[in-house]
Design a protein around this ligand. Structure first.
Ligand SMILES: CC(C)(COP(=O)(O)OP(=O)(O)OC[C@H]1O[C@@H](n2cnc3c(N)ncnc32)[C@H](O)[C@@H]1OP(=O)(O)O)[C@@H](O)C(=O)NCCC(=O)NCCS
Length: 151
């Protein structure tokens, strides 16, 4: 597993994206966002990229595994690795969205500690509290809501 600097490996990532024809019909890889991403974690098979997970600013994260390698724990591994980088960059909270029909992505997010915070039409919104400070803020906000204080 490697962490890529996108500015140097864009061609490789474009090749990976082009190989995803089948998936492109059921979801959209946010390529325009991918290009602006700051970090991408990749899993490789014989030097070829088979999965990516990126971070952009402190609010956007995406994960995608080549179809034939799905269901083998790679998504889970990438998210773990990616979150270590997020922590090092002192990013407290990550957000993710998924379509209501994307059950696998929902399971992956929930398994990785994301909390479902909102369902808006067909879109599920998730939040992941990474740092202790963010976790403490979440706890205080819940507690304040319980005793009737607005946060
Ligand atoms: C979503 C995605 C990244 C998951 O990656 P993955 O490597 O297949 O996931 P993992 O093997 O780590 O599995 C994670 C969990 O998803 C669920 N899952 C995985 N494959 C599954 C399948 N075929 N059927 C049902 N559940 C499945 C399981 O609950 C699994 O946890 P478990 O093994 O402890 O039971 C991958 O399916 C993908 O690239 N999908 C297309 C792109 C996409 O939708 N990205 C997410 C946008 S929010």
């Amino acid at each position: 597993m490697r962490v890529l600097d996108l500015s140097k490996e864009l061609d490789k990532l474009k090749a990976f994206y082009d190989s995803l024809d089948e998936e492109k019909k059921t979801f959209t890889l946010p390529w325009t966002l991918l290009e602006k991403a700051i970090i991408v974690v990749v899993e490789e098979d014989k030097g070829r990229i088979i999965g990516i997970s990126g971070i952009r600013d402190n609010y956007f994260a995406f994960t995608c595994i080549e179809k034939q390698f799905q269901g083998k724990g790679i998504g889970t591994k990438l998210i773990k690795e990616r979150n270590k980088i997020v922590k090092k960059n002192r990013i407290g909270i990550l957000y993710a969205t998924t379509h209501k029909n994307n059950i696998i992505a929902q399971r992956l997010l929930e398994k990785s500690g994301y909390n479902l915070v909102k369902i808006e039409e067909d879109i599920y919104h998730y939040k992941l509290y990474i740092t202790m400070k963010a976790k403490l803020l979440k706890f205080l906000s819940k507690w304040a809501n319980k005793i009737g204080l607005k946060t």
